[in-house]
Design a binder for this molecule. Structure first.
Ligand code: PLP
Length: 426
């Protein structure tokens, strides 16, 4: 394979002619495919349909403390749900609050609460001149949208395969009291699929922030979402590390069963120090009389315990592993050695991250769209939708069928090649 950057202008022009023809042929097919959505496929959702039966006619609808789950009561989660989500989160149930159907919602609320009421008695952020958040990039667009919504200034921190650049995080956090938080997806990160190393987790736990109300927003959305049984990433448990470091209040750990059971109809939870959970509870008590306990009961009866969750996640993996492998295979075969892109090879999570040559991502996504393939918008993985290098594209392989995915991946590689040739020709 010859690198595009080493080709002569004549070679590039000849290649462009060939690619233009391939692109025209693709467009003529009138495709309508989607590689943008980080959603489970229908067959994955089918795996949890047994949950519809566990509360069917005649089932006991009381939780283990005898509370009727059909009625009001038990604001922060039934004990068995705390135990299950505690196991998934690797923390003791007494450090868990069970919420409603969305962890993103809890993250939004945590920022809203910090804005209006402050963190553990500190000045509400809305009364400060400036509030800033660190944003490891590329990252999850919906995190960035929350901080943007509240007018919080976002600072990009580059990601590495070990996690965020910790030299930069330590320096910024220790020097600037306006920095109140950092967004983290520590395991099988969105979009790169990276897992923070033990050293990174320890450095997080030992941060010495200038702001007493600085919090790590540890969004462990993909904690049990492995693709392989025998080759899994391991993440050090952050609450334990923070306690060991004498920093027990520095972290909020979020989780949900969205991509375990049903996205939008799962259970969300927060794990944190008892002092932090008091803050959460004060707010929650005013906000609601309680979350959906029948859904909590349904989840516990269906999964039973962590082993039940792992067994279930193996079934998910059996469905999505071939999809990841298909896309990676096409990227390797079609783009390997050309020097026009690099991509991650995750062992879990929901995404593959692709980096094109600088200045090509928008053009690639636009070309794919014109050819009938929707990708996540270029720039979406950066705060304010601005990728300074215009190179990152998030690939979401789970939702389309294998057949659709194969077609979509071919369209994508042709668009990458064409956009790269155009860039080199200037
Ligand atoms: N956090 C991350 C990193 C995600 O990728 C997603 C969904 O894609 C969510 C949170 C959403 O979680 P929930 O459905 O619990 O709001």
């Amino acid at each position: 394979m010859e690198k595009y950057s080493e080709m002569s202008r004549e070679q590039l022009l000849a290649l462009k002619k060939e690619l233009d023809q391939q692109y025209a042929d693709i467009k003529a097919q009138g495709l309508a495919l989607d590689m943008s959505r980080g959603k489970p496929g229908t067959d994955q959702l089918d795996l949890s349909m047994g949950m519809m039966q566990v509360l069917a006619d005649g089932a006991e609808l009381k939780c283990e403390t005898g509370v009727d789950c059909r009625n009001y009561g038990v604001i922060d989660g039934i004990p068995e749900a705390k135990r299950l989500l505690g196991e998934i989160s690797e923390v003791d149930p007494e450090h868990i609050i069970i919420y409603g159907n969305s962890s993103l919602n809890v993250m939004f609320d945590s920022i809203a609460r910090s804005m209006t009421h402050g963190v553990m008695g500190n000045t509400p952020w809305s009364k400060l001149d400036k509030v800033k958040f660190l944003c490891p990039v590329p990252g999850y667009d919906r995190h960035f949208k929350i901080t943007e919504f509240f007018g919080i200034e976002m600072i990009n921190v580059p990601m590495t395969p070990e996690g965020p650049d910790m030299d930069m995080v330590e320096k910024l956090v220790s020097e600037d009291p306006a920095i109140k938080g950092i967004w983290c997806v520590p395991k099988y990160s969105n979009p790169q699929g990276y897992t923070y190393s033990a050293r990174t987790v320890q450095r997080f736990a030992n941060l010495k922030p200038a702001a007493p109300d600085f919090r790590i927003y540890w969004d462990n959305a993909y904690s049990v979402h492995h693709l392989y049984d025998e080759d899994q990433d391991f993440l050090l448990e952050i609450l334990t590390e923070c306690a060991k470091a004498g920093n027990p209040d520095i972290v909020y750990k979020f989780t949900s069963t969205s991509k375990i059971s049903f996205p939008g109809s799962g259970i969300a939870a927060v794990a944190a120090s008892k002092a932090n959970l008091e803050d959460f509870r004060k707010y929650m008590q005013i906000q609601t009389i309680g979350h959906d306990k029948l859904n909590q009961l349904r989840h516990v009866r269906f999964f039973k315990n962590l082993e039940g969750v792992h067994e279930h996640m193996r079934k998910h993996a059996n469905i999505i592993r071939p999809k990841f492998e298909l896309v990676l295979d096409i990227l390797n075969k079609e783009l390997g050695g050309l020097g026009i892109g690099q991509w991650t090879t995750p062992k879990g999570g929901y995404f593959i991250s692709f980096d094109s040559m600088k200045g090509c991502a928008k053009n690639i996504v636009a070309k794919a769209k014109e050819a009938g393939v929707v990708m996540t918008g270029a720039g979406a993985t950066y705060p304010y939708g601005k990728d300074p290098e215009d190179s990152n594209i998030r690939i979401a392989p789970t939702f389309p069928s294998m057949e659709e995915l194969e077609k979509a991946a071919y369209v994508f590689v042709v668009c990458v090649k064409l956009a790269s040739v155009e860039k080199l020709l200037g």
